[in-house]
Design a protein around this ligand. Structure first.
Ligand code: MN
Length: 282
């Protein structure tokens, strides 16, 4: 699917989700709509996880339709998601919760940015100039061990407590979501996924598949297929979004990334602007 976003650029995306080969339910949910792209991975007793992830993405759906989305609007929606997930009935002792990661296009001084959002260990990546970079930082026990220098990233991937998240929507006290600005750059590709992908497929293989499949839907399908081939031990959800050069007959322009050319980025790779929670990009 695609969204016309102005005279010069538009977004093209694809998404795929699968229950996997071991789980009886698919507790992942995703949102891929115009300018908002998120994946949520739910947890909790009975069907609470499924409801939690669906509730979280539904709380963000209005962002895809909003004309003036900024970080305050996004944070208000995240607060609402937290309250709604918190209110879900679940099995005693097993509160409903969900991760959430992804991007929404926001404008700052007429320049489009991805506002990268993360709570938990679903991930948002940027593929730029053939290089894959994880934009989000996992809120997980093993990530804390890596950052403390106690284990390597490779050891984290095999660690018995690798699935333990340190932040989730629905937990108490309320989690602090990360919000980062990253410039929207022509030809870049954003990947948002649940840990059912990254637990089965390493980054090198993810890059190969992203480069092998120019169409976002084909890329999303290929990534889910690779996770299934590797065992599919968890639910798998993948959203792929491309920043493409626009076509004249695309109507219905919405928020950003218009004025892309003014970002001064051209087609070159740009590093992320930094992890500046609550700060503007300028
Ligand atoms: Mn999962």
């Amino acid at each position: 699917m695609s969204t016309a976003t102005g005279t010069s650029t538009y977004l093209v995306w694809g998404a795929a989700t699968h229950r996997g080969l071991r789980r009886t339910l698919n507790e992942d949910s995703f949102l891929a709509d115009r300018s908002a792209f998120f994946v949520a991975d739910g947890m909790g007793g009975h069907d609470a996880g499924e409801v939690a992830s669906a509730t979280a993405v539904e709380s963000l759906r209005a962002l895809a339709r909003g004309a003036a989305v900024d970080v305050d609007v996004v944070r208000a929606r995240l607060d609402e998601a937290q309250a709604r997930v918190r209110a879900i009935e679940s099995a005693p002792g097993r509160g409903a919760g969900t991760t959430l990661s992804g991007v929404v296009v926001v404008e700052h001084d007429d320049v489009p940015y991805w506002l990268v959002v993360n709570v938990g260990d679903s991930r948002t990546y940027q593929l730029s100039g053939g290089t894959l970079q994880q934009l989000s930082v996992d809120h997980s026990e093993v990530q804390e061990l890596v950052e403390a220098g106690l284990i390597t990233a490779a050891a984290a991937a095999a660690h018995p407590r690798r699935h333990v998240v340190t932040r989730a929507l629905g937990s108490w006290p309320p989690p602090e979501p990360d919000c980062w600005y990253v410039p929207v750059v022509m030809n870049d590709r954003i990947l948002v996924c649940s840990d059912g992908l990254t637990g089965e497929v390493d980054d090198a293989r993810i890059v190969e598949l992203l480069l092998e499949h120019p169409a976002p839907q084909a890329a999303a399908d290929a990534l889910v297929g690779a996770a299934l081939e590797s065992g599919g031990r968890d639910n798998i959800t993948v959203v792929v979004v491309d920043v493409a050069r626009g076509q004249d007959d695309d109507a219905g322009a919405v928020t950003a990334p218009r004025n892309h050319e003014r970002s001064g980025a051209g087609d070159d790779t740009l590093p992320r602007t930094g992890r500046r929670t609550e700060e503007g990009p300028g």
